[in-house]
Write a protein that binds this ligand. Structure first.
Ligand code: NAP
Ligand code: ZN
Length: 349
């Protein structure tokens, strides 16, 4: 085992602080990565504060990891020392259930192992990317084709990117489709960029009137301030698909009313408390659907990373020092992120 510097929480109420963790020595199938950048997902905050009521303490969040390979095991063929590499929300899964066989490891019947807060019901805890290094089996490590100068902006693709890409692909978003993205935070801004790059007509819904210009710059064709009933009414029945990224409980009915017949709203936001129940008649009368979606599989994550490299897509980031993480969480709660905090892991030294 190797002692490794990290940053995490000891309980739900204390601020995050420096702590030491142990990393395993790389086995035959493992890749050891020195972490250069780690994105800050709202899920990190939900977990640090036990908002999903399943946090194992101490917890070391962080699942938007990019870094450089420092060692590989004897059976590793995908990576060599010195390569850039990425790690997202998962580090393992059972490998033999129908979901794993389909490359949808995030839906593993036996429960995938999270990059942090890993096997929640059995086994040892796992520690995430707010740390100097990580050891991950090669089949869960992603290749990075972006130029090295863009690396900080690549980190958020590992969660915010794939979590928006997967439902956009699942629901065949592209030319001729009108797509709503709800919430302009880390996930939402990637949703706007990716839906635009896929060729859809993109309508952004934000509660923050001061984000309208940014929404247009990021690729939205229209921006609607969702608190304004008149602006919302103009969108009634227009949308083929809505991707809802909001991190807090809210009324879903005003958004359901915007879907066409047979339209779908997929929820990816995962608030600690439930949304109020939606109006059943808003669903029945237009055969509308509400769905959900969890990150994406490893194959699909690589596909998204390669698409972003080809199209020059990265996250808009604000880089922070590791010891600024608690202030960053407070700003995230005020929807004051433009549009993803990314920690410079050199500041953990
Ligand atoms: P974020 O950066 O904080 O963005 C959330 C956005 O939601 C805010 O910027 C804000 O956008 C909007 N919002 C926040 N509070 C709101 C409220 N009370 N009413 C209406 N809108 C509100 O968070 P994130 O990192 O994108 O994550 C979003 C959610 O997705 C979190 O719950 C996270 O845990 C979850 N998540 C799920 C998956 C998955 O696999 N399903 C993966 C990653 C994250 P505006 O200012 O534009 O209104
Ligand atoms: Zn995340």
């Amino acid at each position: 085992m190797t002692k490794t510097k990290a940053y995490g929480a000891l309980d739900a109420r204390s601020p995050l602080a420096a702590l030491d963790i142990e990393r395993r020595e790389p086995g035959a199938d493992d890749v050891q990565i020195r972490i250069l950048w780690c994105g800050v997902c709202h899920s990190d905050l939900h977990t640090a504060r036990n908002e999903w009521h399943n946090t194992l303490y101490p917890t070391v969040p962080g699942h938007e990891i990019v870094g450089r390979v420092t060692a590989v095991g004897s059976a590793v063929t995908k990576f060599k020392v010195g390569d850039l590499a990425g790690v997202g929300c998962m580090v393992d899964s059972c490998g033999h259930c129908p979901s794993c066989a389909d490359g949808e490891e995030q839906y593993c019947d036996n429960g995938f192992t999270g990059t942090y807060n890993g096997p929640v019901f059995s086994g040892e805890n796992t520690f995430g990317g707010y740390s100097q290094s990580i050891v991950v089996k090669q089949s869960f490590v992603l290749r990075i084709a972006h130029p090295e100068a863009q690396l900080a902006g690549v980190a958020p693709l590992l969660c915010a990117g794939i979590t928006t890409w997967s439902p956009l692909r699942q629901w065949e978003v592209g030319p001729g489709k009108t797509v709503g993205i709800v919430g302009l935070g880390g996930l939402g801004h990637m949703g706007v960029k990716l839906a635009h790059a896929l060729g859809a007509h993109v309508v952004l819904f934000t509660t923050s009137a001061n984000k309208v210009a940014d929404g247009l710059r990021l690729g939205a064709d229209e921006v609607v301030v969702s608190k304004d009933p008149e602006q919302m009414a103009r969108q009634a029945g227009r949308l083929d698909f809505i991707l809802n990224t909001v991190a807090a409980p809210h009324d879903l009915n005003p958004f359901l009313a915007l879907l066409k017949r047979d339209g779908t709203m997929t929820l990816v936001g995962a608030p600690g408390e439930p949304h109020p129940s939606p109006d059943v008649f808003a669903l029945i009368f237009k055969r509308r659907r509400i769905g959900g979606s969890l990150i994406g599989g490893i194959r699909e994550t690589q596909e998204m990373l390669d698409f972003c490299a080809q199209h020059g897509i990265v996250s808009d980031t604000e880089t922070i020092r590791m010891d600024e993480i608690n202030a960053a969480y407070e700003r995230m709660l005020k929807s004051d992120v433009r549009y993803r905090f990314v920690v410079d892991m050199a500041t953990l030294g």
